[in-house]
Design a protein around this ligand. Structure first.
Ligand code: DX5
Ligand code: ZN
Length: 215
């Protein structure tokens, strides 16, 4: 089984020193960067948009994994791909044309993904599974970093496989040293971690600890 990928969420980084922060986690062994985009409608918070993605694109060749917590993905996904996003994931709960948004992402040249809130069943993703390369399972309710891990959502990993889904599965929210082994045992391919990476002084040690290797 290939090693699980670690995707630090820059939500917990120092935004005034983003270049140094992303270099630090990538040199520390991160596999990709998770970018949490919040629009103040789909979730109560506002974070950042395409200009930040564009600047990060210039700073690194690492995969940029954009998690869009936005109400109108059809309106904005193309601008994220143009800014340099490699993966663009949208929430299945967004009151918009999900299939159309996924197609825009694909046609613009990025990998489309779908996100499920903790209380959204995998059946909601089923109509889109053939069109996505990533399913992001939320293990907290979106909107804030630093929340507690909801372990029940791990059942969605085998449930997605039972539906015939063969793409990557990522888990997002509350991943830390104590919860990462549960996610790894459930068979996730990617673990997103904000607080448990950027909140630590030694990011390389933090990433090793999430993988389950000795720090
Ligand atoms: C929550 C975000 C997560 C979050 C993870 O809305 O999607 O990516 O930043 O943060 P931690 O790892 O602190 O739970
Ligand atoms: Zn996220």
């Amino acid at each position: 089984m290939p090693d699980v990928k670690i995707a630090p969420s820059i939500l917990s980084a120092d935004f005034a020193n983003l270049d140094a922060e992303v270099r630090d986690v990538l040199e520390g062994g991160a596999d990709l960067l998770h970018l949490d985009v919040m629009d103040g409608h789909f979730v109560p918070n506002i974070t950042f948009g395409p200009p930040v993605v564009k600047s990060l694109r210039r700073a690194t060749d690492a995969v940029l994994d954009c998690h869009l917590m936005i109400t109108e993905p059809t309106k904005y996904v193309e601008s994220f791909v143009k800014a340099g996003a490699d993966w663009v994931s949208i929430h299945v709960e967004a009151p918009d044309d999900i299939a159309a948004a996924l197609k825009i992402i694909q046609d613009a040249g990025a990998r489309p993904g779908i996100v499920l809130n903790p209380d959204t069943p995998v059946e909601r993703a089923e109509p889109y599974l053939a069109d996505v390369g990533l399913v992001l399972i939320m293990s907290v309710f979106p909107g804030f970093g630093g929340q507690s891990f909801i372990a029940d959502v791990l059942d969605k990993v085998p449930a997605l496989r039972a539906l015939g889904y063969e793409g990557e599965i990522s888990i997002d929210g509350g991943i830390a040293e104590e919860t990462a082994p549960l996610a790894i045992a459930a068979g996730v391919d990617v673990m997103v971690a904000g607080t448990a990476v950027f909140g630590r002084e030694d990011r390389a040690a933090a990433i090793r600890a999430l993988r389950g290797s000795a720090a």
